[in-house]
Design a protein around this ligand. Structure first.
Ligand code: MLT
Length: 421
């Protein structure tokens, strides 16, 4: 442990191993003890990314966007309002929000040629691969003579991304089930338009029951940013080279697709399905997790940052009940998920390891009830995360201290050797 003095006291904090990408000092425990920010007393960890967007206290289970608690935003805000907040730093006025919404509606259409891009891909393609490829392809339509990092281009590309990514996502879905693409209906709100693009007239069930549209909007809010996670740091790293926003976000989508990151919501549903099909019961499954049996993994539990209940997971769990009730659906997988949580949380093995459900644990059950196929779950995460990626890319780009990224390396290989011949 190391001690640091600052005006008003001293704080003890654990020194962490200096591995690539990890900060050498646990700044969150330091600042919690002192009540100050690291910058307040002139302490700057040069290897840590400095950002004013999202605050997480993993020990206390706190998440805030631009200072606003996630619980308040999830209850009172909308996805587009949160997108504005993340990108511009303040909550929008009604006029600003109205103009933002109108601009996004105006830019939803995809070029007809880009639609043909989808037919070159196999119908078996994972929708996340389709999403990242189509987004890279989208940048080719805007590579004019104007510098993509020019502030005017950054503004218009922000709108284009927010407007077109959901349309590409819905087309990736339609492609995977062999159905025709639908035109965006710009008389509809962001979420209703997205639902209609995916479900056509079936989407009327969402109009009949506003609980569903609201639940999707709330899920997007909960996923909108999460400071320097794997995909966001990828977006910043790629962007630090001067690559445009489309290329950077496309790289972020690829990072998100892995089962240890956004792909976990898909993996949770697969796991619950396997428990159900095996007929062995949750307790037996938990035993097998604890025994570390080959191929058995508890997905959707634990988090690199949270050593407490993920504050997003609490909200998602409540939403799962509301959505299934609204649809009049009973999904045994939700019962299994709750049973699994209850058994795990009352077991010292999980408590000692501080393994609590994370945001991915209950989201899949809701998406499934809404009618999305499992392979679309991570795509929904990507739509949610888009404002965060954009905000982080823009913050990185306008920071005068930004240099091209280059993670530190500790060389662990052989010392100098003479070539044997
Ligand atoms: C996220 O929301 O990005 C995930 O919880 C992963 C993370 O933050 O590291």
């Amino acid at each position: 442990k190391a001690q640091l003095s600052f005006p008003g006291g001293t704080a003890e904090f654990p020194l962490l191993p200096a591995t690539a990408g990890a900060s050498a000092i646990d700044l969150s425990s330091l600042t919690r003890q002192s009540g100050l920010t690291a910058l307040d007393y002139g302490f700057v960890n040069t290897s840590a990314t400095q950002s004013a967007i999202t605050y997480i206290d993993g020990d206390a289970g706190i998440l805030r966007y631009r200072g606003y608690p996630i619980e308040q935003l999830a209850e009172h805000s909308t996805y587009l309002e949160v997108a504005w907040l993340l990108i511009y730093g303040e909550l929008p006025t009604p006029d600003q929000l109205g103009e933002f919404d109108a601009n996004i509606r105006r830019h939803t259409l995809l070029h007809e040629d880009l639609k043909r891009f989808f037919s070159a891909l196999p119908h078996t393609a994972h929708p996340m691969s389709v999403l990242s490829s189509a987004l890279s392809a989208l940048s080719t339509y805007y590579e004019g003579t104007l510098d993509p990092n020019d502030p005017e281009m950054v503004e218009i590309n922000t709108i284009r991304l927010l407007a077109k990514l959901p349309v590409i996502a819905a087309y990736a879905h339609k492609k995977s089930i062999g159905q025709a693409f639908l035109f965006p209906d710009n008389s509809l709100s962001f979420v209703d338009n997205f639902l209609k693009l995916n479900f056509g007239n079936m989407a009327e069930k969402y109009d009949i029951d506003p609980v569903l549209g609201r639940a999707l909007d709330q899920l997007l809010i909960l996923h909108a940013d999460h400071e320097q996670n794997a995909s966001t740091s990828t977006v910043r790293l790629v962007g630090s080279t001067g690559a445009n926003m489309f290329a950077s976000v496309s790289a972020g989508i690829n990072a998100l697709s892995g089962p240890l990151h956004g792909g976990a919501n898909e993996a949770v549903l697969d796991m619950l399905g396997k428990i159900r099909d095996s007929g062995e019961g949750v307790e037996k499954f938990v035993e097998r997790v604890k025994n570390k049996d080959a191929g058995v993994r508890l997905m959707g539990f634990g988090h690199r940052v949270y050593k407490n209940y993920d504050p997003r997971a609490k909200i998602v769990k409540e939403s799962a009940d509301a959505v299934l009730d609204a649809l009049g659906v009973h999904d045994p997988l939700l019962d299994l998920a709750k049973e699994l949580e209850q058994i795990a949380l009352s077991d010292d093995y999980f408590r000692e390891r501080r393994l609590y459900p994370n945001v991915d644990f209950y989201t899949g059950v809701i998406y499934k009830a809404m009618g999305f196929p499992t392979r679309m779950f991570t795509v929904l995460f990507a739509i949610g995360r888009l404002p965060g990626w954009i905000a982080q890319w823009r913050e990185m780009q306008t920071d005068p201290h930004t240099k091209i990224g280059r993670p530190q390396q500790l060389y662990t290989g052989a010392p100098e050797r003479n070539f044997p011949r």
